[in-house]
Design a protein around this ligand. Structure first.
Ligand code: TA6
Length: 293
């Protein structure tokens, strides 16, 4: 249902089975909460998050479009995460309706928005809580302009974790990545799993459709599945950068990890009338899950 969230901003609460739920603010179409059926909060949301436009909410799943990062002439991560979306009542009825809770939101650029990025499009996003408490985000971006345009995109997912030094990512071994800490220089991952001892800010390229984030302390593994999103950003700001962000607690870096299903290295180009679809599917399984199995 729609209700008032922080600072009286409208949010939609989706209730799945056995206590699972998700919350999405119309501001930024920003998922800020995802609970599976153990009523455990699975997304990180900073205690200092500012729910006040035009600032993006720190945590949850910000949507980066039409630009990921600060390469390009737009503000960092584009602007749809800093805009108000609306409930979309026009989408096609869901193909499968078995006890899924979902909401469809839509964003179309205003005259103001067209001044900073001069292309028209319709961006529809469906947020779904599955029967098992899984979370799915499906984006559909349709070019309603008379010209082709190109963009980069990310679901910037902040996972809630027990302790960054107890976490490892499987599924990205042997891949190339661009290191944002070294002006996007290209490297190849040498380790057989990614662990964390300092700031990490990398764009892994041509990644598998399934990535596992193992949290030993919590004895659970996040499984991220994606379609249409070849890249994956891995980001933890670590201590120094965390201190420099006023909407981020000093030691919160220990309890969050961003793993972001993205399309960055190769921008997506849409011809007039063409529609692009990107899906991210998040689930949680008991620990010792190995992404290859
Ligand atoms: O996703 C990683 C990143 O691009 C980092 O380089 C860091 O700048 C972060 O995003 C900042 O994002 P923000 O949400 O603070 O604009």
């Amino acid at each position: 249902e729609i209700c008032k969230g922080v600072n009286d901003l409208d949010k939609v609460v989706l209730r799945g089975l056995r206590g699972s739920s998700a919350e999405v603010y119309l501001y930024g179409c920003h998922v800020t909460s995802w609970k599976n059926n153990h009523d455990e909060e699975l997304l990180f949301l900073s205690s200092k998050a500012i729910f006040k436009p035009p600032k993006a909410i720190r945590g949850g799943i910000p949507i980066c479009f039409p630009q990921f990062g600060s390469h390009g002439n737009l503000e960092q991560h584009g602007f749809v995460r800093n805009r108000f979306w609306s409930i979309d009542s026009s989408p096609p009825p869901p193909t499968v309706s078995c006890n899924k809770a979902f909401v469809d939101l839509i964003f179309k650029p205003s005259e103001e928005d067209l001044k900073i990025w001069p292309y028209s499009y319709e961006f529809r996003l469906r947020i779904t809580i599955g029967p098992g408490g899984d979370l799915m985000l499906t984006s559909r971006i349709k070019n309603t302009d008379g010209r082709p345009f190109s963009f980069t995109f990310a679901y910037r997912t902040y996972f809630s974790i027990s302790d960054i030094s107890e976490v490892r990512i499987e599924g990205l071994e042997t891949l190339d990545y661009l290191d944002n800490l070294k002006s996007r220089e290209r490297f190849t991952e040498q380790c057989d799993a990614i662990t964390f001892e300092s700031e990490v800010d990398r764009i892994y390229l041509e990644t598998p459709t399934k990535i596992a984030i193992l949290d030993h302390e919590k004895k659970q593994t996040f499984v991220l599945r994606k379609d249409g999103l070849p890249d994956a950003v891995v980001w933890n700001p670590w201590e120094k950068k965390a201190k420099s962000m006023m909407d981020f607690g000093d030691d919160e870096y220990k309890h969050m990890l961003c793993v972001e299903a993205a399309a960055i290295e190769k921008a997506i180009t849409l011809k007039p009338g063409e529609e692009w679809k990107a899906r991210m599917y998040l689930s949680v399984v008991p620990s010792c899950y190995r992404s290859g199995q």
